[in-house]
Design a protein around this ligand. Structure first.
Ligand code: PAF
Length: 278
């Protein structure tokens, strides 16, 4: 697998593939790879002839008190894993290539970005929408794949691409879980042994909520019980446990529309998020 570090080199390879009649797939990541990321590459391979993986820890989506410095970085290991999963090109730019001096433009997706995670991490979706827009425009891929584990991020990126007329199909890939149900995440490595044992409770709580809602129990009551259960097993703070409309992310009031149960909670140094369709 070839590695390129400039937008010019990325564009040259992507357009050579397109001119040769190949479909191009894009898998944006920040590295710290696990099986979930590799499933994105494999899904992209099913929809494209050539897959570009990107590796860029995006400073714009971290607040000053967050884990930008601690975020796992191992380009050699991530490159091997991407290559084994079927990626042909790695785009690993440095910060100045992405945000050269004088870069001021921000992409924002109001509404979708302000609820759930957006209420607790107000900087986050502006940073994500901006880097995602840049990568989509830089690569001009036919298809780009993002994980459903970051469900709100996926909705924000879909809306941004639609509103900006970016002609890349945005695909969501199912969440990959450990055997005990914990959603795979680069941040799981921050968990101590005891915290790791408690961590799957976030998935169990979401399963109880989705089963309960399907059985006719009120979502608000189920979410309150779920929040208490997380605190009981050792989560130190629960940012939200909610059932929302799957597309607008506003409170689910219309039972005929698809809904999604989502939760975000802190276990030690790790902020875990997860979600399930209702
Ligand atoms: O999900 C991630 O890893 C990041 O938020 C993304 C989409 C690569 C943007 O930096």
């Amino acid at each position: 697998m070839q590695t390129v570090r400039t937008i010019a080199d990325l564009r040259a390879q992507a357009s050579a593939w397109r001119q040769g009649g190949g479909r191009v797939g894009l898998v944006p990541t920040m590295g710290g790879l696990h099986e979930g990321h590799l499933s994105l590459v494999r899904l992209a391979r099913e929809h494209a002839d050539h897959v570009i993986a990107t590796l860029f820890v995006n400073p714009a989506q971290f607040a000053p008190n967050e884990d930008f410095d601690a975020y796992p970085r191992d380009e050699a290991a991530d490159g091997d894993a991407f290559s084994n999963a079927g990626a042909e090109l790695l785009f690993a730019p440095d910060i100045a290539e992405v945000y050269p001096p004088g870069h001021v433009t921000q992409v924002s997706v109001p509404g979708l970005s302000e609820v759930l995670d957006g209420a607790f991490r107000p900087h986050f979706f502006g940073g994500v929408a901006t880097i995602a827009a840049k990568l989509l425009i830089q690569a001009m891929a036919d298809v780009a794949v993002f994980g459903e584990k970051d469900y709100q991020q996926l909705q924000v990126i879909k809306r941004m691409a639609r509103d900006l007329d970016i002609p890349t199909e945005i695909l969501g890939a199912p969440t990959i879980r450990e055997a005990d149900g914990l959603a795979m995440s680069s941040r799981n490595r921050y968990l101590t042994e005891d915290e790791r044992a408690a961590a799957p409770t976030i998935f169990a709580v979401l399963q109880e909520i989705t089963d309960g809602v399907r059985g006719g129990v009120g979502a608000n009551d189920l979410c309150a019980i779920g929040r208490a259960r997380l605190l009981d097993v050792g989560f130190r703070d629960v940012d939200y446990v909610s059932v929302v409309d799957a597309e607008t992310l506003q409170p689910a009031t219309d039972a005929s529309r698809p809904a999604r149960a989502l939760a975000a909670a802190w276990l030690g140094k790790a902020r875990l998020i997860d979600n399930l369709p209702v």
